[in-house]
Design a protein around this ligand. Structure first.
Ligand code: 9G3
Length: 576
């Protein structure tokens, strides 16, 4: 490809709206352009990276026995009404009508579509197991699309659906996908962790997320350096239980704490440590008021609470509702004396002796609060956020915490969709059974951004060779020098003819600008043709990912470059 023909409009300045590195560099490098909030155009360089990632995914899905299909983006509302999800997703679902006023949505996911396909085409046990997948745009009307490709409203997803006879079959499909995902992310050069995850609203009972470690990641995970335990903090079990306090329960006492509302204020004012405080948080669970109790030094984990309550909507109660229910403003509410409000206490609460809590009276708190004696709970359950340093639930070593970008997720769906949509098979004895399903997603465009988050420096992107838009860039130091120009042209033709993906920067620009742009775009291998090429017949070769630059003789250069590329690709090969 000649740079003089390539549409790769690089930017010197960082666009204001881009907050994270991958968004900045993909814009500045001329990979993407915003068409609307959360909706992007992929320019030629961006499309080439996307295509490479898709190809790696395709190879690994096919290796695992997947069959690629193309499913419709426009989906009839009837299917979503049949599955009962048409009403579940509100504004996040892009809805539209056809000319006859029939309702459709733009596919945010394809469980309904694929299950309807299978229910009409699969009837016998002989046709199972079946793995069907597609790589296609998805549409979700995010309230706040941000971070470029990380949270878009139109994005590329690979979604595979497995169809099995029974749970055992699903377990096998799940394991195949788990391995296939590890292969994909390894071949893409990503530093990733599979973590135990919350199966959340889509139901099913088991799921993992594949997290690309990155500070810009929205997900928080804990992982163990000693064993392979890793979990999204949303569901990471809190195992550390306090030793029971030594002191004896003292009589309950109300103390004036005027204006002391926050944990810090109350603890300073009463001279107690936050672990003695009972934080009382009011929530509306499907509209019903409940209170959650965690220690003052802990964070409530809303996903754990919602999973325990098994409610569809869980939201903090607004202050007026708290005032009405507890007779005091937030900051002065507590569990003692609350009428008709079920209390859900974290596992650590019962260990508290002589704790502090709001008195349900403005300007007052209670001291010497003893759970069990002074208040009853509806349940004692793990609802707190696990923190770094806590013991690994598996081996006891201290957990590390990291932020991650969720680039893949695998779910065991069971018969959630097949039963309600009637996808079943007849076994050898003529018995009918619902098909057992799993679903498996990879955020393809999100993976592209995650790779940039992990692979960049101050000069720009450092593409892993396996997903780079081009493998080699040839930069002539001076096009005015006939010798240099002829060598550069010749080398470009030879490399291209040999099948190397090469850009020849033939633009009438200063060499300095070409070097800066090549580093920004992140071509893996740079070949500089300069004075020494003409005088001593060598070119300078430099990997974008390393410091040193090496002179190589023109003699046999194409073969030498192909060897260098092949050796670099070894990094992204699968082990074993
Ligand atoms: C919707 C809307 C948004 C959604 C969903 C449905 C997320 C929805 C969960 C999944 C589960 C898996 C197959 C590939 C891997 C993920 N956001 N989910 O079901 F209508 Cl608007 O998509 N689906």
């Amino acid at each position: 490809m000649r740079a003089s023909e390539l549409l790769a409009p690089t930017l010197r300045e960082t666009p204001a709206e881009a907050e994270i590195v991958s968004h900045q560099l993909l814009l500045r490098g001329g990979f993407i352009r915003k068409a609307a909030a959360g909706i992007y155009t992929y320019l030629p360089l961006g499309r080439r990276v996307l295509a490479k990632i898709e190809q790696i995914i395709r190879e690994e899905m096919d290796r695992a026995g997947g069959q690629e299909v193309v499913l419709p983006i426009i989906q009839p509302a009837e299917l979503w009404q049949e599955s009962g999800r048409w009403e579940v997703y509100g504004e996040e679902m892009f809805r539209l009508q056809d000319r006859h006023r029939r309702q459709f949505c733009l596919g945010p996911t394809h469980e309904e579509i694929i299950t309807a396909l299978v229910r009409s085409e699969v009837t016998s046990y002989k046709q199972l197991p079946l793995l069907l997948y597609q790589i296609q745009n998805k549409y979700r009307d995010e309230r706040r699309p941000r971070f470029g490709l990380l949270r878009g409203r139109e994005f590329v997803m690979k979604d595979l659906y497995s169809f099995d006879l029974d749970q055992e079959g699903l377990n096998q499909s799940y394991q195949k996908m788990y391995q296939a995902y590890s292969n994909v992310f390894r071949r893409c050069g990503l530093d990733f962790r599979p973590v135990q995850a919350d199966s959340g609203a889509i139901g099913g009972n088991y799921s993992h997320e594949f997290m690309a470690l990155a500070a810009a990641g929205e997900a928080l995970l804990v992982y163990c350096r000693e064993c392979d335990y890793a979990a999204n903090v949303e569901i990471a079990e809190a195992r550390a239980l306090p030793k029971a306090a030594a002191e004896n329960p003292a009589p309950l006492k109300e103390v004036a704490t005027p204006g002391q509302k926050t944990v810090t204020e109350i603890c300073t004012f009463l001279q107690v440590t936050p672990d003695k405080l009972i934080k009382t948080l009011f929530y509306e669970a499907d509209g019903q008021l409940i209170a959650a109790l965690v220690r003052g030094d802990r964070e409530l984990n809303e996903v754990k609470l919602q999973n325990h309550l098994n409610c569809r909507h869980l939201v903090l109660a607004d202050p007026e509702r708290v005032m009405k229910a507890a007779g005091a403003p937030v900051g002065f509410v507590g569990p003692v004396g609350l009428q008709g409000i079920p209390l859900y206490a974290d596992l650590e609460i019962p260990y508290l002796v002589n704790g502090v809590a709001g008195a349900n009276r403005e300007g007052y708190h209670l001291v010497n609060v003893n759970p069990g004696r002074d208040f009853k709970t509806a349940a004692v359950v793990d609802i707190r956020q696990v923190e770094a340093g806590e013991p690994c639930p598996r081996c006891g070593a201290p957990l590390a915490q990291a932020r991650g970008i969720e680039v893949g997720q695998v779910f065991q769906l069971g018969t959630k969709y097949s039963s309600v949509l009637g996808a079943k098979y007849t076994d050898a004895r003529g018995q009918e059974h619902p098909i057992v399903m799993g679903c498996y997603g990879i955020g393809v465009s999100r993976t592209m951004a995650a790779i940039v988050e992990q692979c960049h420096d101050d000069q720009g992107i450092i593409w892993p060779l396996s997903v780079a838009p081009y493998q080699v860039v040839i930069i002539p130091a001076s096009l005015k020098d006939d010798g240099q120009r002829e060598v550069a042209e010749g080398l470009y033709r030879e490399l291209a003819a040999a099948g190397v993906e090469v850009v020849y920067d033939d633009r009438d620009e200063r060499a300095g600008l070409k070097f800066v742009e090549a580093d920004l775009i992140g071509y893996p291998l740079r070949v500089t043709v300069g004075k020494r090429t003409v005088t001593s017949g060598t070119v300078d070769v430099k990997w974008r990912s390393r410091k040193e630059e090496t002179p190589l003789p023109l003699e046999g250069l194409t073969a030498q470059i192909q060897t260098l590329l092949a050796r670099e690709m070894e990094k992204y090969r699968l082990r074993g």
